[in-house]
Design a protein around this ligand. Sequence first.
Ligand code: UD1
Length: 341
Amino acid sequence: MDRIKILVTGGAGYIGSHAVVELYEAGFQPVIIDNFVNSQESALRGVEEILGVKVPFHRIDCNDLEAMRAVFAEEGSLRGVIHFAAYKAVGESVQKPLEYYQNNVGSLLTLLQVMREFGVEALVFSSSCTVYGVPDALPVTEQTPTKKANSPYGATKQMCEDILRDVAAAPDASLRTILLRYFNPIGAHPSAKIGELPLGVPQNLIPYVTQTAAGIREKLTIYGNTYDTPDGTNIRDYVHVVDLAKAHVVAVQRLLDAQAERVETFNVGTGRGNSVLEVVQAFERATGQKLNYVIGPPRAGDVPAIYADVTKSTQELHFQTTSTLEEALSSAWKWQLSLGA
Ligand code: UD1
């Protein structure tokens, strides 16, 4: 039987490449588009090595309407889309707001236009816990009100969610969409053939930790230890990227089975919060590496603490995390070692 074709924008990226693997292994035929602005071709080779097959790939920008039309026309029978392609650095978005709005919002508008033209109805969208801003109470549920985003990056995720809700609610809409609000994805595929590939100095915690342990960076700076949390450092919900990738497969299946409402929103996290210091300690336990770190000043825009209530995603999406923090960190370390120091 022919595999059901799913377009994966940003499929060479960190989460996208893991989702491509899980989609294929679940019996789908992923089709990747990526422009490599924040990803590398080596991810496609890694995917191919894991799966033993080449995944169809188009090097285009999702903002390029004609190129998008050409892909939809050439692929013919796309049944759904997972839209990962976006800029994602909070700090950079403050420096380059126009680029963030243009790329993140613009690419979604282009994609929706082409999906409508070609009658493709199912869309899984990469949203983020950043839409909750600084929450009043923890953990956050999907009903927790969103607050004014504290960065243009966060604002683009809120805007994209609003656009999708409006488009799906139109009387003649055919779009059905699932918004997955990711918490902090970490780790790598157990094969260590794909993982996070930050360009330049990593902004995110885990690649900075693994690069420090590998001797590429001298020391990790922990951004502040006087927050109102048990050990004073920020609390996040760190979810293994393979678990997160699997949530996309379930979401796609749910849209294709037409079980879903027109718009559904799910938190994708573990439901557990860990402080930065706990992550450092867990990394040391999991890998036997001693990590050189110092406490520095807080980073502008950081939310003191956030973690997910996963009741809805567990019950309705049947999403379950299978990895512990240590397992995720040890997979990140294995991946770092595979890259060489
Ligand atoms: C943020 C966004 C998330 C977005 C992601 C993309 C929020 C709540 N989350 O995640 O939506 O997808 O950026 O990059 O806005 N840390 C250090 N030292 C470092 C690096 C990080 O102490 O060198 C700390 C941070 O202060 C934070 C934690 O580690 O407490 C995680 O940071 P990071 O990996 O950058 O992710 P978030 O900022 O949580």
